[in-house]
Design a protein around this ligand. Structure first.
Ligand SMILES: C[S@@+](CC[C@H](N)C(=O)[O-])C[C@H]1O[C@@H](n2cnc3c(N)ncnc32)[C@H](O)[C@@H]1O
Length: 265
């Protein structure tokens, strides 16, 4: 998938840098490093700002750990819910680890509570995968890490299709890397649902949604959101972006169907 389909937070690099600059973020945290596609840029930025960029990932891809060598970078090779409590509060967070309700809600609570305990305001939080397929459906890298009461029935082999709530044969799938919930929708299912529930319990925050490359959310205090408004407003809830995103997903799934058909011959 990596070569064929735009999928990384790195696609948003100039935009993310402009947000971090506007927020005057010195220290940054990146949950979900994988290949570290955006990490060197953020580490270099931390070096310039005299801060530290911390990556968190229990299973970074080979070579990604080497990116975090040097004085302005740290890597915590652990799940976010184990790593975050041991870190000082940061100015900004990129949340792109395990894409499910329990993990994202818990990450946001830890981020909020660490800031509050240090007497700081809520930081800038940029979340990936708030659009399809994770918006209303849990994905699990490690289902055993999710408490049973939050863990949806799931499959590592079935796939997802936009507009079809039930997982089935073929479609968009994790190829053994991650599992998807069998059903889309309902309470306590998906990243956007987690974000909405977090907003319900945390007044004074503002969320902007950008419908590109699986969906990007920008969560900030109302005061910070006002400062970021000129950067975000052209992209927020943009119907052209939403249409292009849906189009590329439909086309990509058509490619997968062709591939599956060829392999089945
Ligand atoms: C979608 S990839 C991240 C992609 C990367 N942020 C980018 O945009 O190029 C998700 C990563 O999250 C990691 N991950 C899975 N569960 C996690 C957890 N509980 N905490 C932190 N990272 C996790 C996976 O190992 C994987 O490398």
């Amino acid at each position: 998938m990596a070569d064929l389909l735009l999928h990384s937070l790195a696609e948003f690099t100039p935009f993310i840098l402009s947000l971090l600059d506007a927020a005057e973020a010195r220290n940054t945290v990146e949950i979900g490093v994988e290949y570290g596609l955006i990490s060197p840029t953020l580490i270099e930025r931390a070096r310039r700002e005299g801060g530290v960029h911390t990556g968190i990932d229990p299973a970074p891809q080979p070579g990604a750990d080497a990116l975090f060598e040097g004085g302005h970078a740290r890597l915590a090779a652990a799940p976010s819910l184990e790593a975050l409590p041991g870190l000082p509060p940061s100015d900004a967070y990129l949340v792109d680890g395990d894409h499910n309700y329990y993990t994202v809600l818990s990450e946001l609570r830890l981020i909020r509570d660490a800031a509050a305990a240090a007497g700081r305001g809520f930081p800038l939080v940029i979340l990936h995968d708030i659009g399809w397929p994770c918006a209303r459906r849990d994905l699990y890298y490690a289902p055993q890490r999710i408490p049973p009461e939050f863990r949806m029935p799931h499959s590592f082999s079935l796939g997802m299709r936009p507009g079809k709530p039930l997982a089935g044969k073929g479609g968009f799938r994790g190829e053994g890397v991650f599992a998807c919930a069998l059903n889309e929708g309902g309470p306590r299912n998906g990243v956007l649902t987690a974000l909405e529930d977090f907003l319900e319990e945390t007044p004074g925050l503002h969320l902007s949604c950008i419908a590109a490359v699986f969906g990007l959310g920008v969560l900030a205090t109302e005061e910070m959101a006002e400062r970021l408004e000129p950067l975000i407003s052209p992209l927020r809830d943009n119907p052209l972006l939403a249409k292009m995103e849906r189009n590329r997903l439909d086309l990509y799934i058509r490619v997968l169907d062709w591939q599956d058909g060829i392999l089945a011959r």
